[in-house]
Ligand binder design. Structure first.
Ligand code: ADP
Length: 356
C-alpha cells in the first residue's frame, strides 16, 4: 500500500493544456477517475506510471518524489483497456513478464503466476496464446499481469471496456473483493457510472483536464456539484427542468404543471432566478389525482430499460419527464396520470451549472 500525491500537475500537448490538477490518494484507497472521453483520465494514469512526464508539478508515490524516476522503478502495476498482451507469448509468460525483470527464482515466478491465475479463474488457459483466449480471458490475463507482483500502487485503465456485458457484471462484483485482498492503492478509470459507484471508495470526476468534484459515490450521486456531473450518473438519467422559483408562505417553490413543489432549504435568495430543477427518476412516484401536491401529467410511452425496469416518458405541459418502475407489474397506461415528487430529494442548479 502507498499514498499518491499529484501536486499542481500541468500537462500540455501542442500548446493545449490537457491536464491541470492536484490530487491526493490515501494509502489503500480505491479511487475511480470518472468523466467523459477526452477528460484526461488516461493522461493522468500515464503520468503516474512514468510513461509520460508532466510539464509542471510533482508526482509523489509513498511520500517520495518520483517525478524524475523511470517507469520501471516506480513500483506501479498497470492494466490497459486494450489488454496490450504480447501475442507471441502464452498467457503464463505474459503474466510472468511482470516479474522477470525482478530476478525471482523460476519456482517463485510459477507460484506467483498460478496463484493470481486461480484467483482470476484463468489457471486452465495459462498455456494458451492470446489469440486462443476469449476477450474476457485476455482481460483477466492483463489484470493478472498487473496484480502478480503485488504492486503497492495499481493503475487500471478501463479494464472492463472490452468485455461483454455478462462478464462486466460479474467482474464489477468480483473486482472490489479482489482489489481489497490485494491491499494495493488503486486508481481505476472508467466511463461507466455503475462501475465507478461499485468500485470506488471515492470518485474523482474529471472534465477537460480538471478535477471538478471528488467524494464518495453517495456524495456525488446525491449532491453533485454541477449539472454536468448530475447528468453523468443514473439510468435513466436525472430529469432537468427549467424553473423560476417563486415566494410561498413556507419558503420557495417551483411550479410544475400548475402545482407548487416546495424547495426545502431555499428562501428569497432564489426567488425570480432562472434555475434548473434536478429530479432523479427514482424520486418520482405515481399517485392519486386527489393526493396533496399531485402533479398532472400525460403518459406518452413505455420503453423497457432492462429485465427489471421499464422507463416511462411523460409530459407535464410539454415538458418531458422520465420515470422508471419495476417491469412485470401493472402500471399506468398511456394517457393522464398524476405524480408525487419527493421534494427533499430534488436538486437545484443555477443556469451557470453550479448547485445552489
Ligand atoms: P480520457 O482518458 O479521459 O478519455 P485522455 O487522457 O486520453 O482522455 O486524453 C485527454 C486529452 O489529451 C485529449 O484531448 C487527447 O486528445 C489529448 N492527448 C492525449 N495524448 C496525446 C498525445 N500523445 N498527443 C496529443 N494529444 C494527446
Amino acid at each position: 500500500m502507498t499514498t499518491l500525491q499529484l501536486k499542481n500537475i500541468v500537462k500540455r500537448y501542442k500548446g493545449q493544456t490537457v491536464l491541470d490538477l492536484s490530487l491526493d490518494v490515501a494509502d489503500g484507497e480505491r479511487l475511480v477517475l470518472f468523466g467523459p472521453s477526452g477528460a484526461g483520465k488516461t493522461v493522468l494514469l500515464r503520468l503516474v506510471a512514468g510513461v509520460i512526464d508532466p510539464d509542471e508539478g510533482r508526482v509523489l508515490i509513498g511520500g517520495e518524489d518520483m517525478t524524475d524516476v523511470d517507469a520501471e522503478h516506480r513500483g506501479v502495476g498497470m492494466a490497459f483497456q486494450n489488454f496490450a498482451l504480447f501475442p507471441h507469448m502464452s498467457a503464463f509468460d505474459n503474466i510472468a513478464s511482470a516479474l522477470t525483470a525482478r530476478r525471482f527464482s523460476k519456482e517463485a515466478i510459477a507460484a506467483g503466476v498460478e496463484k493470481v491465475a486461480r484467483l482470476l479463474k484463468i489457471d486452465h488457459v495459462l498455456s494458451h496464446h492470446p489469440k486462443a483466449l476469449s476477450n474476457g480471458q485476455k482481460q483477466r490475463t492483463a489484470l493478472a499481469r498487473a496484480l502478480v507482483g503485488s504492486p503497492p500502487l495499481l493503475l487500471l485503465d478501463d479494464p472492463l471496456r472490452n468485455v461483454d456485458a455478462k462478464l462486466r457484471f460479474e467482474m464489477r462484483l468480483e473486482l472490489p473483493r479482489l482489489l481489497a485482498a490485494q491491499g494495493a492503492t488503486v486508481i481505476y478509470v472508467t466511463q461507466d457510472y455503475k462501475e465507478a459507484m461499485a468500485l470506488g471508495d471515492r470518485i474523482a470526476v474529471m472534465f477537460e483536464g480538471q478535477l471538478r468534484q471528488i467524494g464518495t459515490p453517495a456524495d456525488i450521486y446525491d449532491t453533485p456539484a454541477e449539472l454536468e456531473i448530475a447528468r453523468l450518473f443514473g439510468d435513466p438519467t436525472i430529469n432537468l427542468l427549467d424553473v423560476v422559483p417563486q415566494r410561498g408562505p413556507d419558503g420557495a417553490f417551483a411550479e410544475l404543471s400548475g402545482v407548487r413543489l416546495r424547495l426545502p432549504g431555499f428562501g428569497p435568495e432564489i426567488v425570480g432566478r432562472a434555475c434548473v430543477l434536478g429530479v432523479r427518476p427514482e424520486n418520482i412516484t405515481f399517485t392519486e389525482a386527489s393526493a396533496v401536491g399531485a402533479i398532472p401529467v400525460t403518459v406518452e410511452a413505455e420503453t423497457p430499460l432492462n429485465e427489471k425496469t421499464v422507463t416511462l416518458t411523460l409530459t407535464a405541459r410539454r415538458r418531458e419527464i422520465l420515470v422508471s418502475r419495476p417491469a412485470g407489474m401493472p402500471g399506468p397506461q398511456a394517457g393522464p396520470a398524476h405524480l408525487a415528487v419527493n421534494s427533499r430529494a430534488t436538486l437545484l442548479f443555477d443556469k451557470g451549472s453550479g448547485r445552489l
